[in-house]
Design a protein around this ligand. Structure first.
Ligand SMILES: Nc1ncnc2c1ncn2[C@@H]1O[C@H](COP(=O)(O)OP(=O)(O)OP(=O)(O)O)[C@@H](O)[C@H]1O
Ligand SMILES: [Mg+2]
Length: 417
């Protein structure tokens, strides 16, 4: 259908003077240029504002997710990506419960309009199936007409506070168990000393009878084993106050690995050590810290029944308050079953036929007495990494001087070396 000329706005241009027309056109062109420049400037300002908002969003310590009125994810900041292990691309436009579900409650986030923040603490399932304790806050943002424009989900990581609660509960259990074991150990130790003296006397009496001598020597060696066990009880029940001396952690690691090298090699465990060029000097009780290292390395070795790789690393976290040095002992062993994870630091918890279940609880106590803490990550079938966080106190000064060269990536194979 032909258009009527009245469909178009009419532009009245004075056509009398062609010079004047040219002038008007030039003026128009200039105005268009100016508008273009302003548009570009506004565009740039908008980009800057956007970048600023993103940088604020990505730098706040909480995870933030924005939802549209249908409860679908439109924005997720970096912290939320790290907490939940999803990237924004993976969940963009998807219902919020895709990224935020708990095993107990797959529809964790409510969909109705919420004017005041709605708060819930939950173990939220991450992409890899592991769980993270989160405080989930949710509220609706309304426009002037009271219509919901967006919902904000704010996620606070409660891992640290959960750890602290568990630690204090464990400490209470430890001290009551400590008193109990102390009493029992005392009761056993004295008669045991008597039995040993009598067995020695018997050894002299049996003279040259080889079979009898063999029996007595077995009795004595079993008594000695019991005595060693009692020593473990004592160190657990009445931990020694650490005698702190300036020391270099990497040297303690080397000493422990040196002692265990033969056994590691026999079991087909390869050892890798990663130490930075400069490790801050620490104040440690060397004997106690070696005990921690022994416990961790032996556990790692026992977890790798068919061989594997043991990686020991040291790193510094200068962001922590106070700054800390982190020792990590990682194995490629069987991992720790999820249902055992909350118990492994408990005294006498063991999954081993010949284990006492004291190695980790003693280590934990020692590390705590040094003002530090222990943590771990584990994946069944893949391995476990224990971290020992040790504070670097102000008066401990700067990095300890190192002999020799940069040691990063040092590879010490227990096989064949
Ligand atoms: N690296 C590891 N890999 C897998 N499981 C581990 C590891 N370290 C510790 N565990 C688990 O934690 C439990 C407790 O460890 P802990 O060292 O306290 O005791 P234990 O090794 O059983 O006995 P003990 O050290 O007293 O001889 C172990 O029995 C094991 O189930
Ligand atoms: Mg152990």
């Amino acid at each position: 259908m032909a258009r009527d000329s009245t469909d178009y706005p009419s532009l009245s241009v004075p056509t009398r003077d062609p010079g004047e027309l040219e002038k008007i056109l030039l003026q128009l062109a200039e105005e268009i240029d100016e508008l273009q420049r302003q548009k570009e400037k506004l565009g740039q300002e908008l980009e800057l504002q956007k970048a600023l908002l993103w940088s604020i969003l990505n730098n706040i310590p909480e995870g933030i997710i924005l939802l549209d009125d249908q409860g679908r994810i439109v924005i997720m900041n970096r912290r939320a990506e790290v907490m939940l292990q999803y990237t924004i691309q993976e969940v963009l436009g998807k219902p919020v419960n895709t990224a935020l579900a708990s095993k107990k409650n797959p529809r964790l986030v409510v969909q109705k309009v919420i004017k005041r923040p709605w708060v819930r603490e939950a173990m939220v399932m991450r992409k890899d199936g592991s769980e993270i304790p989160l405080r989930v806050k949710l509220w609706s943002v309304l426009d002037e007409d009271g219509k919901e424009t967006t919902k904000v989900v704010c996620l606070e990581d409660l891992t640290r506070s959960h750890e602290l609660t568990q630690h204090s509960m464990r400490n209470e259990r430890l001290s009551s168990l400590g008193e109990l074991s102390m009493g029992i150990a005392h009761e056993i130790r004295n008669p045991l000393a008597g039995i040993r003296i009598t067995a020695q006397a018997l050894e002299e009496e049996v003279g040259s009878n080889p079979l009898a001598r063999e029996y007595v020597s077995r009795i004595i060696s079993e008594i000695d084993r019991l005595n060693e066990l009692l020593k473990s009880f004592f160190s657990f029940a009445k931990p020694q106050k650490p005698a702190l001396v300036p020391c270099r952690l990497e040297e303690l690691v080397r000493e422990v690995i040196f002692i265990l090298e033969g056994e590691l090699r026999e079991r087909g465990v390869e050892v890798e050590m990663h130490f930075p060029a400069e490790v801050p000097q620490l104040m440690l009780d060397t004997g106690q810290m070696k005990q921690v290292l022994f416990n961790l390395v032996i556990n790692a070795m026992q977890a790798m029944a068919h061989g594997g790789t043991l990686r020991i690393g040291i790193s510094s976290n200068t962001e922590a308050r106070p700054p800390e040095v982190i020792l990590s002992v990682a194995d490629t062993g069987k991992g720790i079953n999820p249902e055992h994870r909350s118990k492994i630091f408990d005294p006498f918890f063991t999954t081993k036929a010949k284990g006492l279940g004291l190695g980790l609880s003693i280590s934990h106590r020692i590390v705590q007495a040094h003002g530090g803490r222990m943590s771990f990550q584990s994946e069944v079938g893949k391995g476990t990494t224990f971290h020992v966080h040790l504070p670097v106190k102000k008066d401990e000064g700067g990095p300890a001087p190192r002999e020799g060269e940069e040691n990063r990536g040092e590879h010490l194979a227990s096989n064949g070396l």
